[in-house]
Design a protein around this ligand. Sequence first.
Ligand code: SF4
Length: 239
Amino acid sequence: MVDATKTKKVVSSSNTRKKTVSRSRYSKAEIYEIFAAFEKDNPEPEGELNHSNEFTLLVAVVLSAQATDAGVNKATKHLFQIADTPEKMVALGEDKIREEIRTIGLYKNKAKNTFLLSKILIEQHGGQVPQTREELEALPGVGRKTANVVLNIAFGQPTIAVDTHLFRIANRVGLAPGKTPLDVELKLEKVIPPEFMQHAHHWLILHGRYICKARKPACDRCIIYDLCKSKEKILKGTD
Ligand code: SF4
């Protein structure tokens, strides 16, 4: 775990070139307190994408790119009733998958990916969802974030899936400032105490979705208000 006491640190290299490295604004003890508060508030956080097994979880996450979980759940309600395995999805065919999910953005491409990934699961993985990042990321429509969600929820691996909410919070609150989702993911992995890693991304995503919202954070309802060092923190009683 890194020493996370300063926002920025100037690092000197042997040739005196100086580089600015963004650091967490919090001490180890403060970060512990933040996640302990999340855990106390919601000991068993869950994702909001409906699924009945590892395969439907994978498909739901693929469909959720640039779409809301509620929109995906609406579209998959019937789809997963008729195709909850790779075999049934392939039998359904790309055209029918497209029909089922036509209310979701980018549905044509997503239907193609859903069909192809189902085919690959059958041909290369015995109809099972693979449990490694490399194998998951080799599937059509599956990037690092999707792989992290599946590894975490389906297989209990302590991964951090950085979505738009998590990226915003890590930077706004100053837990793990970073220019890219990967920066944020790697920094969070370093600063989050191991005992909180399994649920950390759920807590942060839910916090960003319902409390620390993009336009107007609900600081008056925030359980980490006293710990938060965000410049955008709205003083209680003024909003
Ligand atoms: S106090 Fe406000 S800015 Fe800080 S984490 Fe809570 S909602 Fe976000």
